[in-house]
Ligand binder design. Structure first.
Ligand SMILES: NC(=O)c1ccc[n+]([C@@H]2O[C@H](COP(=O)([O-])OP(=O)(O)OC[C@H]3O[C@@H](n4cnc5c(N)ncnc54)[C@H](O)[C@@H]3O)[C@@H](O)[C@H]2O)c1
Length: 275
């Protein structure tokens, strides 16, 4: 009878028990881009609350440092909470993303988790999209994800997990958002490409595709009764999502509960991709 366990053989089924105290992330180190506000700020706070040390990075350094301070105050009485350290990054800049990865290693000794969250959501009729908008959208939303993933892979050990922010707009057309929709479709497919190649490194790559989530990015919908009615008409659950409702699926994809999940684009959209 063999004394070696099945999971020690590469390519074999891993039959070890999985932790069910989902999701246990204590002691991990995460990098979150676009962490100055919105979902990135909530992801950072949720991770820190669960004992993860986070480097939160944003192009707006004032916003980032306020957000890091706010998380520190929020968790001052949470035993075992991690910290959020703010760092500058423009995700379009590959060298800056590499520097960010090195900052995380310098601060906390390693990187286990990386969320490519920074993004922009500009509007223009397809007939008139300015060159500057096309370039900014593709470079922040798509190149930013690629460079973030490359930086992550350069410092992550096997077992690392990367999550990219796609959107329901990757699947459904939103009028006036051709640059954004195509950028998010690219993020969804890029996620699959990266998952295939990073599998060789033992690193998982997934994406979340949210529908309308209550952040500044969607303030225009909430402030315009007609736009809000139209948006709600396309959401089977009849309401916008809250950032906290994206947190749970994010923690799942980052955690070992999802250790056999890679190359997935997980819709968290109240069903709006079907309408
Ligand atoms: N809010 C939604 O309804 C929604 C829906 C689907 C997908 N998303 C995606 O989720 C992600 C987060 O969205 P949000 O609503 O929290 O956005 P948000 O506008 O509230 O926050 C985005 C953050 O990214 C930062 N950022 C912008 N450009 C950057 C750059 N070049 N480098 C570094 N940081 C930069 C901003 O300063 C800001 O702090 C985005 O990728 C967005 O496209 C949002």
């Amino acid at each position: 009878m063999s004394t070696t366990r099945e999971h020690e053989h590469p390519g074999r089924v891993d039959g070890t028990l999985m932790a069910v105290d989902h999701p246990d992330l204590r002691g991990k180190v995460a990098v979150v881009t676009g962490a100055g506000k919105g979902m990135g700020a909530r992801f950072s706070a949720a991770l820190a609350r669960r004992g993860v040390n986070v480097v939160g990075a944003d192009i707006d350094t004032t916003l980032m440092s306020e957000s890091a301070t706010a998380v520190g105050l929020e968790h001052s009485d949470v035993e075992g909470a991690g910290v959020v350290v703010g760092a500058p990054v423009d995700v379009r800049d590959r060298d800056a993303q590499q520097k960010l990865a090195e900052t995380a290693v310098r601060e906390f000794g390693k990187v286990d988790l990386w969320i490519n969250n920074a993004g922009i959501f500009p509007e223009a009729a397809a007939t008139d999209i300015p060159v500057s908008q096309v370039q900014a959208t593709l470079s922040i939303n798509v190149e930013g994800v690629l460079y973030g993933a490359q930086a992550a892979a350069s410092v992550m050990a096997p077992g690392g997990s990367i999550v990219n922010m796609a959107s329901v707009a990757a699947l459904r057309v939103r009028r006036g958002r051709a640059a954004y929709c195509s950028s998010k479709a690219a993020v969804a497919h890029l996620t699959e490409c990266l998952a295939v190649e990073f599998g060789d490194l033992g690193i998982r790559v997934n994406a979340i595709a949210p529908g309308f989530v209550d952040t500044e990015m969607t303030r225009w919908v909430q402030d315009d009764p007609q736009a809000l009615e139209a948006a709600l008409g396309n959401i089977p659950l009849h309401r916008l999502g809250s950032p906290e409702e994206i947190v749970g699926p994010m923690l799942f994809l980052l955690s070992d509960s999802a250790r056999y999940v890679t190359g997935t684009v997980l819709s968290v959209d109240g069903g709006s991709r079907h309408v």
